[in-house]
Design a protein around this ligand. Structure first.
Ligand code: UDP
Length: 320
C-alpha cells in the first residue's frame, strides 16, 4: 500500500513517513519546503510542489491508496496577526487538495487536526464531545477543514480520520528526524535553548493561572506515538468508517514541571523568567484518550521523560 504524505518534510509528517516505512508501506512525500526541511525527507521519494497544484498531485495519486495531510501553517500567534495566510493555505488550498483526491480513486484521508478546535474546553480531560469553539484563527481553519471532511464523507463516500493532536513533542528514537521550527515557539525546544546558553532564559507565560503551581498545564505527546496512530488510522479506514479522535497521553504537566524534568534529565540548569500570560492560552488542556484506545487500540507508549530525552539528543546534534 502506498501513502502520499503531504507535508512529509515537516515535523510530524516526517515522523509519520518514517513509521510508515518501518511498517512496510510505500511512501511518497509531497512538500513545498516553505516550512519543511529537505533533510527531514532524506531517503524518501520527495516531490516538491504546492498543495493546490492539482495536476502534479493527481499524477501521484494514481500510484497511491491513501493520503495523509500534514501541510498547514501552525503558529497560533501568527494566525491572529495574519489570518489571511492561514485561511488561504489551511482552508482554500487544502480544499483544492481534497477535491483533487475526490477526482482520483483514493478514498482514504488522514488529517492533522488539533485540540485548538475545542477552544476553551468546558470540561477537562477533554473528550471528542466537547463543543468545537476555537478561540483563534488557526483553530478555526482546522475546524473548517474538519467540517469539509464530514460533509464530503456523507455526500461523496470519503473515509477520513481527523486526528486532534495535543502538544506534539520529542524526536524519533532513530535520531534522523526531530523538531526544526524557525522561529521556534514551542516550549521544550525553547527550554533546551536556555539550557544550552543559546538564550538567556525561557519565558514562563504566566504563573497566576488557577493550577497547582500557577503555570499552564498541557498534554505532551511523543511525535512517534502520534505517527504510530496514523498507521493505525489507515487500518481503521480499511473498515470503511470515519472518525475524529483525540491524540494525547491523558497526563497533564505544568510549564514548571516540564522545566524541572528537563533540568533532571539533562543535568543542566534552566534559567527562567516569569512574563505575562500569552493571549489565548487556556489554563489546562489535557486529552481524554479513551476513544483512540477503543477505535484504534492506540495509547501513548512514551512518557514525558522519553519526550525530553529523545528531543534533547536531537537538539544536541551539531547539524541542526
Ligand atoms: N510556554 C511558555 N513559554 C514559552 C513557550 C510556551 O511558558 O516560551 C507555555 C505556553 O503558555 C503553553 C505551553 O508552554 O502553556 C506550551 O506551549 P507551546 O507553544 O509549546 O504549545 P501550544 O500549547 O501553544 O500548542
Amino acid at each position: 500500500m502506498a501513502v502520499l504524505v503531504v507535508g512529509g518534510a515537516g515535523y510530524i509528517g516526517s515522523h509519520a513517513a518514517h513509521v510508515l516505512r518501518r511498517k512496510g508501506y510505500d511512501v511518497i512525500i509531497y512538500d513545498d519546503l516553505s516550512t519543511g526541511h529537505k533533510t527531514l525527507a532524506d531517503g524518501f521519494d520527495l516531490v516538491i510542489g504546492d498543495i493546490a497544484d492539482s495536476a502534479k498531485i493527481a499524477k501521484l495519486l494514481s500510484r497511491c491508496d491513501a493520503v495523509m495531510h500534514f501541510a498547514a501553517h501552525a503558529y497560533v500567534g501568527e494566525s491572529v496577526q495574519n489570518p489571511k495566510k492561514y485561511f488561504h493555505n489551511n482552508v482554500t488550498a487544502a480544499l483544492t487538495l481534497l477535491d483533487t483526491v475526490m477526482e482520483s480513486r483514493v478514498r482514504k484521508f488522514i488529517f492533522s487536526s488539533t485540540c485548538a478546535v475545542y477552544g476553551n474546553p468546558v470540561k477537562v480531560p477533554i473528550t471528542e464531545e466537547n463543543p468545537r469553539q476555537p478561540v483563534n484563527p488557526y483553530g478555526a481553519t482546522k475546524l473548517a477543514f474538519e467540517n469539509a471532511l464530514e460533509a464530503y464523507g456523507r455526500a461523496y463516500g470519503l473515509r477520513f480520520v481527523s486526528f486532534r493532536y495535543f502538544n506534539a513533542a520529542g524526536a524519533d528514537e532513530n535520531g534522523k528526524v526531530g523538531e526544526l521550527h524557525a522561529p521556534e515557539t514551542h516550549l521544550i525546544p525553547l527550554i533546551f535553548q536556555a539550557a544550552q546558553g543559546k538564550r538567556a532564559a525561557v519565558d514562563i507565560f504566566g504563573d497566576d493561572y488557577p493550577t497547582a503551581d500557577g503555570t499552564c498545564i498541557r498534554d505532551y505527546i511523543h511525535v512517534t506515538d502520534l505517527a504510530e496512530a496514523h498507521v493505525l488510522g489507515l487500518e481503521y479506514l480499511s473498515k470503511g468508517e470515519s472518525t475524529a479522535v483525540n491524540l494525547g497521553s491523558g497526563d497533564g504537566y505544568s510549564v514548571k514541571q516540564v522545566v524541572a524534568a528537563v533540568e533532571r534529565i539533562t543535568g543542566r540548569k534552566v534559567p527562567t523568567h516569569i512574563t505575562a500570560r500569552r493571549p489565548g492560552d487556556p489554563p489546562e488542556l489535557v486529552a481524554d484518550p479513551a476513544l483512540a484506545e477503543k477505535l484504534l487500540k492506540w495509547k501513548a507508549k512514551r512518557s514525558l521523560d522519553d519526550i525530553i530525552s529523545t528531543a534533547w539528543k536531537w537538539a544536541q546534534q551539531s547539524a541542526h
